[in-house]
Design a protein around this ligand. Structure first.
Ligand SMILES: NC(=O)c1ccc[n+]([C@@H]2O[C@H](COP(=O)([O-])OP(=O)(O)OC[C@H]3O[C@@H](n4cnc5c(N)ncnc54)[C@H](O)[C@@H]3O)[C@@H](O)[C@H]2O)c1
Length: 295
């Protein structure tokens, strides 16, 4: 496999394109928004430059990786040569179903169509295509060039051939793929989101404060970051939407999102991206300050 297409040049799309280009694949990166495409390409260049400065890649490899990437704004022209397409567009089910039905029509008949979705059913996405055996989840972690895991998710009809190809391909990128089945939240978010929700419940019920909860998990469980800080990084709106997928998908009240989380998202306190969540964020400052509501 040589030709890859990545749909979406946001946080995840540019990271995925970066890694494939670094490992010698020809990458078409496609975004509907011209601005997002420019920003994605400049992020890739900046991150490759940082790798050169750290001595993890050479200047020549950086230049080669950059020439391996071609930007597109049209899906059809971007995917026509691809043997594997990885969709990393905005997390919205209607959008993903539309993209996959278009992809099925315009990608090569033998191409594997993967999605980087955090929470949408692979089986549901496969159901709008005529190649359910070639639809698979390839869930990279953020930041893609650094994080080793790829959660490889088999839909109900994903074939062994497709799964084995994607597992091998992930290893070619020096990632560690883990095969899981398609149930709500897969494995990563099924375990992570209830932990974050429980941390928010502990705050809501007054068991302890923001810093105390995060400190317990950092020092007691050796987590590099506390669950409330991690929730701010992921985005509280994203956490809420994944919890809703778990709650709806399993019909089990244990996944019900904490009312404090719901309120915070409704009030626009979405974490790092909005400047405030459990902590307060000032652009350019690395200091971690608890948000005034929780002092
Ligand atoms: N951010 C994370 O930490 C993370 C981690 C794992 C998985 N994911 C998943 O990765 C996917 C992308 O997330 P993100 O954080 O990179 O989002 P993002 O908002 O940073 O980027 C999404 C990009 O998709 C583009 N887009 C929207 N519609 C499109 C279309 N029809 N065709 C092409 N491009 C289109 C947007 O212009 C935007 O640039 C989501 O499914 C998300 O759940 C995100």
């Amino acid at each position: 496999m040589k030709n890859i297409a990545v749909i979406g040049s946001g946080t995840m799309g540019n990271g995925i394109a970066h890694v494939f280009a670094q490992y010698g694949y020809k990458v078409a990166i496609i975004d509907v928004a011209e601005e997002a495409l420019k920003k994605g390409l400049s992020t890739i260049e900046k991150n490759l430059k940082r790798q050169v400065e750290k001595g993890t890649i050479t200047e020549d490899l950086k230049l080669q990786a950059l020439t391996n990437i071609t930007p597109f704004t049209q899906l059809k022209s971007g995917v026509h040569q691809a043997e594997l397409v990885i969709e990393a567009a905005t997390e919205n089910i209607d959008l993903k179903l539309k993209i996959f039905s278009e992809l099925d029509a315009c990608a090569a008949a033998g191409a594997i169509l993967a999605t980087n979705t955090s929470s949408i059913s692979i089986t549901k996405i496969a159901s709008v295509t005529n190649r359910p055996d070639k639809i698979i989840g390839m869930h990279f972690m953020n930041p893609v060039p650094i994080m080793k895991l790829v959660e490889v998710i088999r839909g109900y009809n994903t074939s062994d051939d497709t799964t084995n190809l994607v597992m091998d391909l992930s290893r070619n990128l020096e990632k560690i793929p883990v095969e899981v089945n398609d149930y709500p939240g897969f494995v990563a978010n099924r375990i992570l989101m209830p932990m974050i929700n429980e941390a928010i419940y502990s705050l809501y019920e007054g068991v302890a404060g923001v810093e105390e909860i995060d400190t317990v998990m950092k020092l007691g469980m050796a987590h590099p970051m506390g669950p409330l800080q991690l929730a701010d990084f992921i985005g509280l709106d994203v956490c809420l939407s994944i919890l809703r997928v778990l709650h709806d998908g399993f019909g089990n009240p244990k996944y019900a999102p904490c009312p404090l989380l719901v309120n915070m998202v409704q009030a626009g306190h979405k974490g790092v991206k909005s400047g405030s969540g459990f902590y307060h964020y000032v652009a350019g400052s690395k200091e971690l300050k608890v948000a005034s509501q929780f002092l």
